[in-house]
Design a protein around this ligand. Structure first.
Ligand SMILES: [Zn+2]
Length: 247
């Protein structure tokens, strides 16, 4: 089994919404390709290709999170560049349905979506959609959708297991992957980058701060137990990863 990070664009974010500090930070957007003996899996899939040319639909969100996203960076192009046909992806595990994690869904035609049931529900809540938290154009493309709970085992062999980590959103989930080199956890936006876990910092716009702190403490415990955490938007960590991934 192998995990490979695919660079699917960046976001320039205001630090005021993330850590409360001044200035901006460049956040990498990553889709993780997991080659499992039983199939090809993506964990998250980046931004909608339409945001390469027009970000008006993001509304106020752009003030805090400005996409830096160009043709060739979309998930289908990144897969094709590696010789992977997007229709060969069997499963898409989505951490959550925000625009920078689920926007590439429409480019992966034949995969089954694996998403926490609370997240799918929230992503179809009209109030949430109207307030700009979610936009179904990112993820509603008629895929088979498997709604799961904490502990869902993707292939039934214990190697890919969903971990409910609510707080950033209602139904956020992380994914534990058992590599030969040891267990890895893809944290999604439960933890943007390492310092946020070290200092227990929570972005101010999340769904439920207390819940997120509990989820972060859970992941910190896994880290203490020897799990390698791969964070949602950690530029330093991504740069240090081998380009051909982890095995
Ligand atoms: Zn994100």
């Amino acid at each position: 089994m192998r995990i490979t990070p695919l660079d699917v664009g960046r976001i320039e974010a205001g630090l005021w919404v993330i850590t409360g500090e001044e200035g901006t930070i460049d956040l990498p957007i990553t889709s993780w390709l997991i080659e499992h003996p039983k199939g090809l899996v993506l964990f998250d899939n980046g931004m909608h290709v339409g945001l390469q040319t027009d970000t008006t639909r993001l509304g106020r969100t752009v003030k805090a999170f400005r996409p830096d996203y160009h043709p060739g960076q979309e998930i289908s192009a990144r897969l094709a560049a590696r010789g992977v046909d997007p229709s060969a992806i069997d499963v898409m595990v989505l951490s959550h349905l925000h625009f920078d994690h689920a926007g590439g869904t429409g480019e992966i035609p034949d995969a089954r979506i694996v998403v926490h049931r609370a997240e799918w529900e929230a992503g179809h809540d009209q109030e949430m959609i109207d307030s700009g938290v979610y936009d179904p154009i990112d993820y509603d493309h008629g895929h088979d959708v498997q709604l799961v709970d904490d502990g869902h085992d993707v292939f039934g062999d214990g190697t890919l297991v969903c971990i409910a980590t609510p707080g950033h959103t209602a139904g956020h989930q992380a994914l534990r992957v058992e590599l030969d080199s040891g267990p890895v956890v893809l944290t999604g936006d439960c933890v943007y980058f390492r310092r946020m876990l070290d200092e227990m910092l929570v972005p101010r716009f999340g769904y439920d701060t207390e819940l997120q702190l509990t989820s972060m403490a859970h992941l910190a415990g896994l880290r203490d137990d020897g799990c390698r955490l791969l964070y949602g938007h950690d530029g330093d960590q991504i740069e240090a990863l081998p380009a051909d991934g982890l095995v």
